[in-house]
Unconditional design. Structure first.
Length: 321
């Protein structure tokens, strides 16, 4: 039996959404050690799985690997469509488990597009492979335009920068009781609209923040400067998305971000992907105050929810069996 464990990820935003520049997207994010997805796989004559999404990924994996079948069990999974990368992590975990069960080469980066992953952001694939902080190189604009190519007819963006995250850093994650973030056809339609109207000047501002602030801060392990920088990337990204999500942050995320940002225990706060997950950058010694600040932010925003505290994950998925 093969057993694969992978963690969630935070998505801080894209470097460019304007068709006026040579490369489109180019995302940055970080791997979390929790929550986790855990999948087991045993060789079988057919595909058996009680989890709907995992069963579809298992069928595709069986076809890609040219094996007879597999018995897949999802022991743990991530909250779906909240901004933690549930789709990509589940898809790659299933693929890796099936491959390992048959002693096949995993080649998750090469095969991820056939599972419908890596079509815009490469962060999910890269964090599955190596963990840590990741900045990807995006896609050639003339290849993607406002739409993704047909399923599987793209390459996962190459990693432009990768850094281990200091062990003492922590990420507080507030999950408001709210509608799930966009996915599937709804996400495609929203991204198309955003890209067609995106202001190219914002990409220049983001590039300056990434190169002069985000990358130096993670390289030297400065959580205060890193948190402030990725929060700024998220705020600038939100200006692109405002018409699609009802503001720089989707309601009620804006109020949660604003309140969380006021806490001295939080270096920077923002919305992960389409949300509603809100992250705050903090450190091990400030975890207690950061957690309290997250609950208080939810309360002030008038919503219930859950608060998680995650360590960084500086390794790829664990594959056993």
């Amino acid at each position: 039996m093969a057993r694969v464990t992978a963690g969630a990820r935070l998505h801080f935003g894209f470097q460019n959404l304007s068709l006026a520049h040579q490369r489109l997207y180019g995302s940055l994010g970080v791997a979390l050690d929790s929550p986790r997805v855990v999948v087991t796989a045993d060789p079988a004559e057919t595909v058996r799985c009680d989890h709907d999404a995992a069963r579809e990924y298992a069928r595709r994996a069986v076809e890609l690997l040219d094996v007879p079948g597999v018995d897949v069990t999802v022991e743990r999974t991530l909250p779906r469509h909240v901004g933690l990368g549930s789709g990509t992590q589940l898809a790659l975990t299933v693929l890796a488990a099936v491959a390992h069960a048959y002693d096949c080469e995993r080649r998750v980066r090469e095969r991820a597009p056939k599972l419908g992953r890596g079509g815009r952001s490469g962060v999910g694939v890269a964090t599955f492979e190596t963990g840590g902080f990741v900045l990807d190189s995006g896609h050639p604009t003339e290849r993607f335009t406002a739409d993704r190519p047909p399923r599987g007819e793209w390459s996962v963006p190459a990693v432009a920068a990768h850094h281990e995250v200091p062990d003492e850093w922590r990420f507080v994650v507030a999950l408001p009781d709210s509608e799930p973030g966009r996915s599937g056809n709804d996400e495609d339609a929203s991204m198309r609209s955003v890209v067609e109207r995106a202001d190219p000047d914002l990409a220049d501002e983001i590039a300056a923040v990434v190169t002069r602030r985000v990358l130096p801060a993670v390289a030297v392990g400065d959580s205060e400067k890193f948190g402030a920088a990725v929060a700024e990337v998220g705020r600038l990204n939100g200006a692109w998305y405002a018409d699609e999500q009802g503001g720089v942050y989707r309601p009620p995320v804006g109020e949660v971000v604003a309140r969380l940002s006021e806490s001295p225990a939080i270096a920077g706060a923002g919305q992960s992907s389409w949300g509603p997950a809100v992250y705050g950058v903090t450190t091990e010694r400030r975890v207690g105050a950061a957690r309290e600040a997250a609950y208080a932010a939810l309360s002030v925003a008038g919503v219930g929810g859950e608060v998680l505290v995650a360590e960084p994950r500086n390794r790829g998925a664990r594959i056993e069996g």
